[in-house]
Design a protein around this ligand. Structure first.
Ligand code: 5GP
Length: 172
């Protein structure tokens, strides 16, 4: 598998002190590496009948839209609150301090449609778990999820439930 580690910048104390932020913009700026990254994200899903790629705001939009094209699937944005016009479907979820919510356009995915979740980073796993709940609320069939980077120290995979596959390209 392609190793993109050199194109992920680790930024200490961003956005808050104590956090090591993984910056994917150098990877996006490298045409060849970005293309190989999309190929690698697509690889386990080829021939699996993905109908909708659901990308999580904001960097999940970038990887997800490219992946949707690669898989000949539609793209569905899962957004922060207040960004999508009504009617929307909403899921609330807990953060370390406080809560957040994700929304999708009602009817964006048809009942039983086969959906794939995509994001750039799996950290504590709360966001991806909320996205999975949102896809379920829309009535779609969740095939699984792919992320570019998994941070195993934060054990986000523990919050991924239901048995659908969760793939990551890099663990750091
Ligand atoms: P979690 O809910 O798993 O703690 O956080 C994952 C969400 O926060 C993802 O949507 C991801 O974009 C963002 N995120 C958390 N940590 C990082 C990071 O180090 N780098 C980037 N690029 N995004 C992060």
């Amino acid at each position: 598998m392609q190793d993109f580690t050199a194109l992920i910048r680790a930024v200490a104390d961003f956005p808050t002190p104590g956090v090591m932020f993984r910056d994917v913009t150098p990877l996006l700026a490298d045409a060849g590496a970005f293309a190989r990254c999309i190929d690698a994200l697509a690889e386990p899903w080829q021939g699996r009948g993905v109908q909708a790629v659901c990308g999580i705001e904001a960097r999940g939009f970038i990887f997800g839209a490219a992946l949707a094209q690669k898989l000949h699937a539609g793209f569905v944005p899962l957004r922060k609150p207040g960004k999508l016009p009504p009617p929307v479907v909403t899921v609330d979820y807990q953060l370390e301090y406080g809560s957040d919510r994700l929304q999708a356009q009602a009817g964006a995915i048809g009942p039983g449609e086969r959906a794939l979740l995509v994001d750039d980073v799996l950290a504590t796993g709360g966001t991806l778990a909320a996205a999975a709940a949102l896809v379920g609320k829309l009535g779609a069939e969740l095939l699984g999820a792919s992320v570019v980077i998994e941070l195993p120290a934060l054990q986000g995979r523990v919050r991924w439930q239901g048995g659908a596959p969760l793939y990551s390209l890099l663990r750091c």
